[in-house]
Ligand binder design. Structure first.
Ligand SMILES: *Cc1c(COP(=O)(O)O)cnc(C)c1O
Length: 480
């Protein structure tokens, strides 16, 4: 496909503007003026519409196809959520910060306040900040809160304990916040090895960071015991709640010993994040950590008016411009209101049922490293296919030709040739069945015709890339 610039013909126009009837204002300073006209493409309106419509048809999205990308919760984003977000579009984000601005935006502040309250209820925490801009940003905010808590108590802490089945952002966030990482290996049943965990715990541990369910899709049955041990060393329990889609409405992390949690609004509560953003990673905390929360905090006074509280000496400060990614929060708010308590529980149950259905149907064809009931995603290994020279990446590429976004592959790192499938609750049984058939077809092709898998994809504008080179030399102009 030619770039829009390659379609440019001098003098061709998309729109013809009438002569301006607005009096010219004082000219701009000479040093701010262009030396040459902007090098814009000169095309007709129809050329322009076709160009971008055709490009958009190369997008892969949940709106076009099934997208079972494990760990990402690519659920359908209902259009009514977008409508809700667009209601707020005319609202300027600086309004609340103007003199007496809080009075102008009681509804908006109230929405953020209510969202915080609802998330606190869902997670079992005492207060939530909606500032962080993504899951990993929430983790860093959470660890900074933990660090401020220990500093205020005079605790000398050096380490953060992380199971090897946690998401990679967990140790990364803790390291950026200044801690050294102790990684605890998994036991053969897929959860953190309890005995090795006990050995790792000392009074120098600031926090235990756990992804729940973990990256192999399992919920650790020893949480209570782990939390008790952590607390006996005055270490705090951090819950990576990006995978809340498995448990929302079923378990409140705050009730089982966790002190800090982040959730990914852009996974669990609509707005899947294909394309890299925008995200929102609110952080919930127990009472002891409220004094350190980012500010401004949105508080409600006795008369039911919302205010921005900025004079909080213990606060770790602002962690995002304005109030975070506001549109994502409106969508999450609408999602929660729309589903209600029963609806959220049903969504979790359906997500878990769908993952287990896929797990059971594909088990005869793909190696299942942890053969137990899973949560919202299931993790296979392509190790059987590897015997025929077929890797997880070959199966992923084959799926592209068949109209599916590949599942997450090569993650989690603790599973060789991992294929991580997360169907979400928004897909029908018919969709899951069709996907399963194609996965079975791929498993059979691995035995009978491995070359077909090595050659895929054949239907895309470009075939196999040199993936290292593609990452090092990013040049999208070669898209044929
Ligand atoms: C997606 C994810 C994250 C990171 O969230 P981002 O919004 O991408 O920064 C952290 N932990 C888990 C378990 C995740 O699935």
């Amino acid at each position: 496909m030619r770039l829009i610039y390659e379609q440019s013909i001098p003098g061709r126009r998309g729109v013809k503007l009438p002569a301006s009837d607005v009096p010219a204002s004082a000219p701009l300073p000479e040093n701010l003026l262009r030396k040459e006209p902007a090098a814009l493409a000169e095309v007709s309106e129809l050329d322009l519409v076709r160009h971008f419509t055709n490009l958009s048809r190369r997008n892969f999205s949940v709106d076009t196809n099934f997208y079972p990308l494990g760990s990402c919760t690519m659920k359908y984003n209902a259009k009514v959520l977008e409508n809700a977000a667009s209601l707020f579009a005319p609202f300027h984000p600086m309004t609340a910060l103007l003199p007496d601005g809080e009075g102008f935006c009681q509804g908006t502040l109230g929405m953020l306040y209510d969202l915080g309250q609802m998330l606190a209820d869902i997670t079992g925490m005492d207060e939530v900040t909606t500032q962080p801009l993504a899951g990993a940003h929430g983790e860093m905010t959470g660890i900074l809160l933990i660090s401020a808590y220990h500093r205020a108590k005079g605790n000398k802490k050096k380490y953060v304990v992380v199971p090897d089945s946690s998401h990679g952002t967990n140790p990364a966030s803790a390291a950026i916040a200044g801690y050294e990482i102790i990684t605890v290996p998994s036991a053969p049943y897929g959860d953190m090895d309890l005995e090795l965990f006990k050995k790792a715990m000392t009074d120098e541990v600031a926090a235990v960071m756990m992804t729940c369910p973990n990256t192999v899709g399992l919920f650790n049955p020893h949480i209570k015991e782990i939390a008790d041990i952590a607390h006996s060393h005055d270490a705090l329990m951090y819950y990576d709640g990006a995978n809340l889609n498995a448990i929302m409405g079923k378990v409140k992390p705050g009730d089982v010993g966790f002190d800090v949690i982040h959730v990914n609004l852009h996974k669990t509560f609509g707005t899947p994040h294909g394309g890299g953003g925008p995200g929102s990673g609110p952080v919930g905390v127990k009472k002891a950590l409220i004094p350190f929360l980012p500010q401004p905090r949105i508080v409600m006074d006795d008369g039911g008016q919302f205010r921005l509280e900025t004079a909080n000496p213990g606060s770790i400060g602002r962690t995002a411009g304005f109030f975070g990614n506001f549109g994502v929060m409106v969508k999450a708010y609408a999602y929660i209101i729309m589903l209600g308590r029963e609806g959220l529980i049903q969504a979790s149950e359906q997500a878990v049922l769908n993952a287990n259905y896929i797990k059971e149907r594909l088990k005869p064809y793909y190696e299942l490293p942890y053969d137990t009931t899973c949560m919202h995603e299931c993790v296979f290994s392509a190790s059987r296919q590897l015997a025929h020279g077929v890797h997880a990446i070959d199966i992923a590429k084959y799926l592209i030709d068949r109209g599916y976004h590949p599942p997450t592959v090569y993650f989690p790192l603790i599973v060789k040739e991992a294929i991580m499938i997360e169907p979400t609750e928004t897909e029908s049984k018919a969709t899951l069945d069709a996907f399963v058939e194609v996965m079975i077809e791929a498993a059979k092709a691995a035995e009978s015709d491995p070359q077909a898998l090595h050659d895929a994809p054949l239907t895309m504008p470009i075939g196999r890339l040199d993936e290292t080179k593609a990452a090092r030399e990013q040049n999208v102009c070669c898209l044929g």
